[in-house]
Design a binder for this molecule. Sequence first.
Ligand code: NAI
Ligand code: MG
Length: 339
Amino acid sequence: MFSLCVIEGDGIGKEVIPAAVEVLKAVIPDLYIHAAQAGWQTFQEHGTSVPTETLTAVRKCGAALFGAVSSPSGKVEGYRSAILTLRQELDLYANVRPVRSLPRLSPRQDVNLVIMRENTEDLYVGRERMEEDSAVAERVITRRASQRIGRRAVEVLRIENFQRLTIVHKANILPLTDGLFRDTVCATVQEMRHPGENWAVDELLVDTAAYQLVSHPHTFGVLVTTNLFGDILSDEAAFWCGGMGLAPSLNWGDEIAIAEPVHGSAPDIAGRGIANPIAAILSAALLVRYYWNLPQVAWQIENAVRRALEFDIQVSGSQLKPDIPTEAVLKAILTRLND
Ligand code: NAI
Ligand code: MG
């Protein structure tokens, strides 16, 4: 039996996650579902953005689907971002962010890459302090974290049958931190190579990588990089999916994985029933492929999304028709699951 902890979160999380759960139920009939809470509303009600029961539930289920959470725009005493808390508490060290062309919505049809973002260290831990009139942020890169993201990058490369793995860094300016990252990842991936495998390993400075993700996105396979660079590059690359409402991700540790659409809680459209559920549905497919190891079922979901976009879902220009209901997109995808 497969167990899933469902954390809808705030805003459109409450609209897109139920749609993704419907799709999962359709392809995995014996799915056991446990609902849990996290986010800004949870903080306001319980004084914590991630209650202990939620951490326990995710640990017990192993797999979780997370919607999005709202954050206050200024510092609020006692508040800590829910998704950062989950990533850190559960040691979800790899953030898998595939960017694939989708029919009719993507600006080009030949993009198929995955950004592997280290998910536990770097500037993202937010260790900042004031020293008189200077503000200081601490950036720690470790050999251990670099090794394990390198290993995961090769696992993903094999599962997806990519031929190129690119290490992205800024070691020319940061020879200690990014030098350690580059050298460790490089050694780790070379050690993992099986006889007969001939995928290529190369490296790019992050600024060059940013440029080439715009100029030559079709030439990439797996990119592996540190936390903050991965955050920025993956949002940049998500342009090629066709928009933020379409980009999926997976936070993947050794025992636990949490899938989440890349987008936020979209307060501007929340509550209207028009949020695009595709990013959430494609995130659910990542759990199916990488965590439950059911590649055929993951393909079934992704194929249904592609077919529905090709034939059923109304598109105007290269965007979903404005105000198309979440329900209508879901229904189109459910109908295409057996194509
Ligand atoms: P956002 O991703 O929520 O929205 C950006 C724009 O994209 C908005 O115009 C929104 O309507 C649109 N959009 C996003 N997802 C969509 C979908 N599925 N269908 C249709 N349109 C969609 O980012 P924003 O506005 O910067 O942040 C809003 C809130 O979300 C903030 O409180 C922020 O902190 C939070 N946030 C949470 C994240 C998470 O939970 N992982 C990630 C990013 C932001
Ligand atoms: Mg981001």
